[in-house]
Design a protein around this ligand. Sequence first.
Ligand code: APR
Ligand code: PHB
Length: 386
Amino acid sequence: MRTQIAIIGAGPAGLMLAHLLRQQNIDCVVLENRTREYVEGRVRAGVLEQTTVRVLDRLGLGERMHSEGLVHEGTNLAIDGEIFRIDMAALTGGATVMVYGQQEVMHDLFNAAEARGVKIIFEAKGVALHDVDSTRPYVTWQGGRLDCDYIAGCDGAHGASRGAIPSHVIQTFERVYPFGWLGILADVPPASHELIYANHARGFALASMRSAGRSRYYLQCALDERLEDWPDERFWDEVCLRLGEQTAAQVTRGPSFEKSIAPLRSFVCEPMRWGRLFLAGDAAHIVPPTGAKGLNLAVADVIVLAAAFAEFYHGGSTAGIDGYSAKALARVWKGERFSWWFTSLTHRFPDMDGFDRKMQVAELNYIRGSRAAQTTLAENYVGLPM
Ligand code: APR
Ligand code: PHB
């Protein structure tokens, strides 16, 4: 089999890239090692930046998002239960975010794939990249071979692509946080019509949602926490405690249908290109979920990458291709900084002393009273310009 761009991984990065390439009449094949049901079923974040909303619109795939998604003009912070609002729209000249789960985004991308000529090979096991630094790279898997001009490594944090780059040409940067997030999904109305990020002496909590009838809540937890120690009642008690009385009064409890623990990590690999291989999304960088930048950074990468390939195939210039890594990384590092900062501001670190906690509270109070500080938060949250 031959194609122009071999895409490894059918997550948000890979599938969005495939749609963007098809829109430019560039041929591609996506190799995914799991099933569609698995990829679509994974519960991930659900806040889309302006740029992500716009790209779905540009692909003509935004219809369901606009009818079912929730537009949020603001977000909330809480200090030991005391809430204040960041009016993002007012601070940024009208920018908003869209609450629409990654699962829904994936559903829309998969549903449109066949009609748009996006070829996906599911359950491609043992994917391996070959001759990446030559002009004739190819990809193999159990039972197949795909020859291509370029390879897009969109296979996430544990994929095969990054490992195909010799270790002496890449540099990695990492921060592992000494805690995780325990998250639940429940079919109950959200406590508030906007998100609440809560800094509490007992640790961070987040009240989020997927729709008017589906809530998503998170609690900061120890890395060795066990799910069986968190029956729903204990979770609800703790989340109410950390969100504070005012919010707790609005929390509707109900049985959770999803409960999981995720570790928090910051990670970047530089450069994002080697020879004919281009990394995008989680394959190249991870952010902690605070601020919901992961999916949005993956989408920003593939917008830049798709434009670079279009410039090459339709304009005959390799300038975009050669500039991809630097351009993508400039945005990635800003997303890394924001996610790290927002995590540092809102979580309880095990080595924190009384002074450290006072510094967090002082910074939150400063944000509460400063339009400048709120603007900084808001413009990062809604997404920096491309
Ligand atoms: N071969 C083929 N496919 C693979 C391989 C492999 N060796 N390894 C992983 N994959 C697939 C995974 O099954 C997954 O569907 O690559 C896809 C990678 O998707 P994500 O991990 O979602 O990464 P990405 O597309 O970069 O999206 C980043 O989405 O899942 C969130 O937390 C993530 O918000 C971040 C964003
Ligand atoms: C979510 O709803 O899953 C979510 C929302 C905001 C975040 C992280 C996760 O910052």
